[in-house]
Design a protein around this ligand. Structure first.
Ligand code: FAQ
Length: 307
């Protein structure tokens, strides 16, 4: 098998499986993107986990607990899928903890009120679904299958978030204000989830050629805008975007200019919670060392008995 034959398989819509031949660069790109995705799920548990003990009712607490647990599960599927590319879980976690691997920049923002939990579910999970629905058609089998399962759960998260924001928006004046302020905090980070504009996206050409990405960053961002603007209008919430307008010609809701300097600053480590997030992951990893040791000892014993 060579590059030309591999590209013919992609062209024919075949699924690439772990034992199949693949160009080294295809493998590297998948490890980069899938591990960043796995790290995002696991770090993404932190801003919301912060509210589990303070949810305003038992029903809300159960809903949030289940959502945060789902995100941990998504991290697990994605780490397992990434391992099929010949990299170990330890190496992946090490790269997160030493800062050489990225995770979604928006998880470096804080969640100061309960309404942030609604805004994250509605806007961040809402953006993630748009991105991940596209990935259910990705050329790498294990990633595609993980995405199909994850999308089902993300849909429930998005609905739960929108319901929280709707309840607050229809509540007292203080609750309505809480909802609006949380949306003000999460609207712009949600738009950056899709990555830089197409002209500045260095990986897109390669990922698209290999059928990993099926739509561009800007196409997905536009799809997201067309979904969320009518939802915001339905509950009387406004997006903090003076440039937001309806394009009569294309029938699209267009956003105003995104502050990419802010995005790069947070990505480089200067967001409000970067240090806390990595510190929380590092101490969770250290505290969990005995579990990994016990699991490895159990497995060694099992193999010894089976031999
Ligand atoms: N944050 O050339 P491109 C979730 C980096 S899951 C940080 O356009 P690409 C669920 C990018 O890695 C959220 N870094 O890159 C949840 C690249 O850096 P590198 C995660 C970002 O790969 C909800 C550089 O910029 N979803 O939220 C970001 O073609 C609630 C240049 O960019 C996924 O990861 C960003 N926002 O496109 C969990 C989906 N954007 O590595 C808990 C899979 C870009 O070259 C609570 N990933 N960068 O140094 C993807 O679809 C793509 O990788 C993109 C980036 C779209 C993220």
């Amino acid at each position: 098998m060579d590059d030309t034959q591999f590209e013919a398989r992609i062209e024919a819509g075949e699924s690439i499986e772990p034992k199949d031949w693949m160009p080294e660069r295809y493998r590297k790109q998948l490890i980069r993107m899938m591990s960043q995705h796995a790290h995002s799920e696991v770090v993404g548990m932190l801003p919301e986990g912060n509210w589990i003990t303070r949810a305003p009712s038992l029903r809300r607490k159960i809903g949030l607990l289940s959502k945060v647990q789902d995100e941990g599960g998504h991290g697990l599927y994605l780490y397992a899928a990434t391992e099929t590319l010949g990299v170990s879980r330890d190496e992946l976690i090490e790269a997160l903890l030493d800062g050489s691997a990225k995770y979604s920049a928006m998880f470096n923002y804080p969640t100061p009120s309960w309404a942030d939990i609604g805004a994250i579910g509605w806007l961040i999970d809402g953006a993630a679904i748009v991105n991940q629905t596209m990935l259910t058609d990705c050329s790498y089998g294990p990633y595609k299958r993980a995405m199909i399962r994850i999308c089902k759960e993300e849909n429930a998260h998005q609905r739960q978030g929108y319901e929280i924001v709707t309840t607050l928006a229809r509540g007292t004046e203080t609750q309505r204000r809480m909802a609006q302020e949380a949306v003000d905090r999460w609207y712009w980070p949600a738009l950056t989830l899709f990555g830089p504009h197409d002209a500045d996206s260095k990986n897109s050409d390669e990922l698209t050629r290999w059928g990993i990405k099926r739509k561009s960053n800007d196409e997905l961002r536009q799809w997201f805008m067309n979904r969320v603007v009518p939802q915001a209008k339905a509950i009387g919430i406004e997006f903090p975007d003076p440039g937001l307008h309806y394009d009569e010609t294309s029938g699209d809701w267009r956003h105003g200019p995104i502050d990419w300097d802010e995005f790069r600053r947070v990505l480089a480590g200067s967001g409000p919670c970067n240090r806390d997030r990595i510190e929380a992951r590092r101490s969770a990893h250290e505290d969990g060392a005995w579990v990994r040791e016990a699991a490895a000892a159990y497995e060694a014993k099992r193999r010894e008995r089976a031999a």
